[in-house]
Design a protein around this ligand. Structure first.
Ligand code: NAD
Length: 245
């Protein structure tokens, strides 16, 4: 199976990679599924919503502080590094990540959007300004914007619509790619959840990498089951003929 993926990637002209929480799991960052995604018995779906923030901004902010504490100690893993290498070796390349942890960016990858935002950035809903959290005075929880309004994490919460510009870009690259590789996502979050089907309908090829079957598996041309931190470097090594690590 992996050899078929390698052969396909060798002849790919435009590769689109989509990643989800699974790619960062080997960096020690919990996915939203399973008990390690729980915080003080709250499920992520109860906290990552505009309604939760409106009701109790302090508790939502503290949950983000907890997540930033884990992510701040994490490093990009072999899967993130292999994706960066794919950018270097494939003619045209784009990455759409659903992750908000910023780990892809730390590999130096260039052609990427973080479609669900980044939890190191904050936004004021009143004046629309965004800033990096480290540039904001942390005098209260949540901290305040210069305009006096409370700041929120600059991420897309459940029940919110995607940022228009990023969504447009995502649809554009999806329409251009001839191979789509979907890594470590349960395939439940739209709009990228619909991309495998659309890419197939326009004659493209879909490769999935996940620990276990997902709704994408029945659409994908190839599903590779295992850890992305093992499979992605093996793919890169198959393309280049050189050991990655
Ligand atoms: P998800 O939690 O719904 O699914 C994670 C998927 O990754 C599962 O299908 C699981 O089988 C797979 N997986 C776990 N470990 C893996 C590994 N080592 N190799 C390959 N696959 C592995 O995640 P999702 O589909 O991305 O959707 C959840 C939403 O939560 C996303 O929008 C994302 O923004 C957010 N989220 C982000 C982070 C992060 O930034 N690291 C973490 C948790 C959730």
């Amino acid at each position: 199976m992996i050899n078929r993926a390698i052969d396909r990637l060798k002849e790919t002209r435009y590769l689109l990679v989509i990643t989800g929480a699974g790619i960062s799991a080997e960096s020690g960052i919990p996915t939203f599924r399973g008990n390690d995604g729980l915080w003080q018995n709250y499920r992520a779906e109860e906290l990552a919503t505009p309604w939760a923030f409106k009701k109790d901004p302090e508790v939502v902010w503290k949950w983000y502080d907890w997540r930033r504490g884990i992510i701040g100690k994490a490093e990009p893993n072999n899967g993130h590094l292999a994706i960066k290498k794919l950018e270097e070796i494939i003619e045209r390349f784009f990455l759409i990540t659903q992750n908000v942890d910023g780990l892809h960016g730390r590999t130096g990858i260039k052609n990427m959007i973080e479609i669900h935002g980044n939890l190191w950035r904050v936004r004021c809903e009143r004046d629309g300004k965004t800033s990096m959290l480290m540039d904001v005075p942390l005098k209260s929880i949540p901290p305040l914007c210069a305009c006096g309004n409370i700041l929120r994490p600059d991420v897309v919460w459940f029940g919110e619509s995607m940022p228009t510009e990023e969504t447009q870009k995502a649809y554009n690259v999806m329409s251009l790619c001839d191979t789509l590789m979907v890594v470590g996502t349960s395939g439940a979050v739209y709009p990228v959840a619909s991309f495998p089907q659309t890419v197939k309908e326009k004659g493209g090829f879909v490769i999935e990498i996940n620990l276990e079957p997902t709704p994408i598996s029945s659409i994908a041309d190839i599903s590779l089951f295992g850890k992305s931190g093992d499979i992605l470097p093996a793919i890169v090594e198959g393309i280049t003929g050189q050991k990655m690590f």
